[in-house]
Design a protein around this ligand. Structure first.
Ligand SMILES: *[C@@H]1O[C@H](CO)[C@@H](O)[C@H](O)[C@H]1NC(C)=O
Ligand SMILES: *[C@@H]1O[C@H](CO)[C@@H](O)[C@H](O)[C@H]1NC(C)=O
Ligand SMILES: *[C@@H]1O[C@H](CO)[C@@H](O)[C@H](O)[C@H]1NC(C)=O
Ligand SMILES: *[C@@H]1O[C@H](CO)[C@@H](O)[C@H](O)[C@H]1NC(C)=O
Ligand SMILES: *[C@@H]1O[C@H](CO)[C@@H](O)[C@H](O)[C@H]1NC(C)=O
Length: 252
């Protein structure tokens, strides 16, 4: 070993010594820089499940995805999941939306669109096998189980889970996604809330109903804020476009 180390001819040793003495700072500096390298930023921790990506992958939920984006409920759901909330989402298929026929989604106000989505979201993750243990009506993000505005009832038999809103009866027709935090079920009808159909609702006068329906709790006022944001966003766009046109006219 030692012999081998000492064996190189003297000129070469001298050369090496000279080289080291001249370059030692660089040599010392280089290896640490090269080995752990300018380490790339660590990959972001795996985030919460992404509802639009899940629905996108399943392939027949394009209307629901559009509605989630339009109402910004996609962001809201993402944030809830990011805060470790658990959710069950009933996802109506594209066919379910096209079967609405008489009911035009575009005739819904922004608030109603938000409430419609919220009505499909239950603030806990319910595995299929646990539906028989839930008590009716379920709480949804549109309203808790104390009100009669947004009842959502499930009944089960064997492997079948029926869902009724007082307006719509349907059956859970598949599981799109399930983990401990998020469960997404396919339903073949849009779950229309009783609240949207005052004639069918057993509640008192329409006026008191409308009053009660809007603010109940932080979730719905959040929805209002969202609705307003949509309005303000639109106003801002109109304003910017107007200014742009005005400036353009002045210049020409
Ligand atoms: C969720 O997935 C969609 C694609 O389906 C993507 O456009 C969106 O940015 C994702 N959202 C987040 C928060 O990662
Ligand atoms: C998700 O939560 C983490 C902290 O747990 C936070 O840093 C991050 O900004 C959150 N992302 C969103 C989109 O809210
Ligand atoms: C569920 O609905 C179907 C009809 O769609 C009906 O035959 C069945 O009895 C219902 N089951 C329960 C438990 O309500
Ligand atoms: C839901 O279940 C509750 C409790 O059983 C009942 O009072 C209510 O009438 C049901 N509503 C619908 C729409 O089935
Ligand atoms: C839903 O089912 C109930 C009985 O379970 C029935 O009384 C009601 O008429 C049904 N509604 C619709 C819209 O089919």
């Amino acid at each position: 070993m030692l012999n081998q180390l000492l064996s190189p001819p003297l000129p070469l040793l001298l050369l090496l010594i000279t080289f080291f003495s001249l370059h030692s700072p660089t040599l010392c500096a280089q290896p640490p820089a090269a080995t752990p390298a300018p380490s790339p930023p660590p990959p972001p921790p795996p985030g919460p499940p992404n509802i639009t990506a899940i629905l996108d992958k399943a392939g027949h939920f394009t209307t629901l995805i559009r509605l989630l984006k339009r109402t910004q409920m996609d962001d809201r759901i993402y944030k809830q999941l990011n805060h470790s909330d658990s959710l069950t989402i009933f996802a109506p298929t594209d066919d379910a939306f096209s079967n609405l026929k008489a009911i035009n989604l575009n005739s819904f106000t922004d608030l109603q669109k938000i409430q419609l989505i919220q009505f499909h979201v239950v603030p806990s993750a319910i595995p299929l096998s646990e539906f028989e243990m839930v008590s009716n009506p379920l709480s949804t993000e549109a309203g808790d189980n104390t009100g009669s505005q947004f009842p959502l009832n499930v009944t089960t038999s064997e492997n079948q889970v029926n869902v009724t809103t007082g307006i719509v009866n349907t059956t859970v027709s598949g599981t799109v996604y399930a983990d401990n935090q998020l469960v997404v079920y396919q339903v073949d009808q849009v779950l229309l809330p009783l609240h949207f159909f005052p004639a069918a609702s057993p509640a008192p006068s329409p006026a008191s109903k409308a009053e009660k329906a809007v603010p109940t709790g932080p979730k719905i006022s959040g929805a209002n804020a969202m609705g307003e944001m949509i309005h303000h966003g639109r106003d801002a766009v109109v304003f910017v476009v107007s200014v742009f046109i005005a400036v353009f006219c002045l210049c020409v």
